[in-house]
Design a protein around this ligand. Structure first.
Ligand code: AMP
Length: 290
């Protein structure tokens, strides 16, 4: 490793680890995955992966031990306030989605932010929670907790909690109901704001990660159709530029290739079929570099 090596901090455990490693592999990085290694050298790029706790990623990027990091937006914002540093979120990575949500015991009548005036709120995100209520001009007492936040109201140490929620089932099991959301979170790429260092692979990794995320949101669609159906079909699937239309060896038939939004495929398929499309293939896209 020399001073041109790009250091990328990745969660060493927890729910963000596996999807983060999968993303890096799909972006083209080749590396060994060892459970306990603290760092690993990427074989085909001048990149070192540093495995640290998701909550430590931000501090590592902040103190320049790493150039980039993958962690949750909630942790990026929480730690940025704590460290008084304005670190950049350069990419949303599309996994690890959850909300920092204020929840109260199911039977509680609390609804609006102003109902919380003077109450105690337990959370593992004290800085975000404090700032949220401060901005709403509502005075609350924030009770910092490291974990098991959802038991705080039962223990009597708080009247409400602010915790990460994805499905809501943990809240339900603990007799809590969500009231409002402080922050919508997902995994993000944290970037250093320093510009005095030129790291050759910095732009390349950003482009490559972006291309994987862009590819995941889309599908490659191929179909055959009679030429008289082409106008309707190409109208349904505009593609990135325009769809590719290739004549088939069989007279009066053509193949249409296009890139479509993944979320539109469900509605598109029956319409393409109805318009005369057949032999329709929907393929995943590994990377999409515009
Ligand atoms: P972990 O290391 O498993 O505790 O993961 C911590 C990070 O995963 C959080 O800071 C969030 O960014 C993210 N995350 C996604 N969904 C959830 C969830 N339901 N509960 C807690 N963390 C979540």
């Amino acid at each position: 490793m020399d001073d041109r090596t790009l250091r990328l901090a990745v969660p060493n455990k927890g729910r963000l680890r596996e999807p983060a490693l999968r993303l890096l592999r799909e972006a083209g990085l080749v590396f060994e995955q060892t459970e306990r290694a603290l760092s690993v050298t990427v074989r085909n790029a001048d990149i070192e992966l540093l495995f640290v706790r998701a909550e430590d990623v931000v501090e590592l990027v902040s103190d320049r031990s790493a150039h980039l990091g993958i962690t949750g937006r909630d942790l990026l914002r929480e730690e940025s306030i704590r460290l008084k540093r304005n670190l950049k979120e350069s990419l949303s990575l599309g996994f690890g989605r959850c909300d920092l949500t204020v929840a109260v015991p199911t039977e509680s009548a609390l609804e609006k932010t102003e109902d919380f005036e003077g109450l105690r709120i337990a959370t593992s995100h004290p800085n975000l929670t404090t700032r949220f209520f401060f901005r709403q001009a509502v005075k609350v007492k924030v009770v910092p907790m490291k974990g098991s936040v959802e038991v705080a109201t039962k223990l009597g140490v708080a009247d409400a909690i602010a915790d990460l929620v994805s499905t809501g089932s943990t809240l339900k099991v603990n007799g809590l109901r969500p009231v409002f959301t402080i922050l919508e979170s997902e995994a993000v790429l944290v970037d250093t704001t320093y510009t005095d260092e030129v790291i050759p692979d910095h732009e390349r990794i950003l482009t490559s990660l972006r291309s994987v995320i862009a590819g995941r949101r889309r599908r490659y669609l191929l179909l055959n159709a009679p030429t008289e159906a082409l106008d309707t079909i190409t109208g349904l699937i505009p593609g990135l530029e325009a769809p590719t239309v290739i004549p088939l060896a069989e007279d009066g038939m053509a193949a249409v290739h296009s890139v479509v939004e993944r979320d539109e495929v469900w509605n598109l398929l029956p319409r393409l079929k109805e318009a005369g499309g057949r032999d329709i293939l929907v393929l995943p896209i590994g990377q999409l570099v515009p």
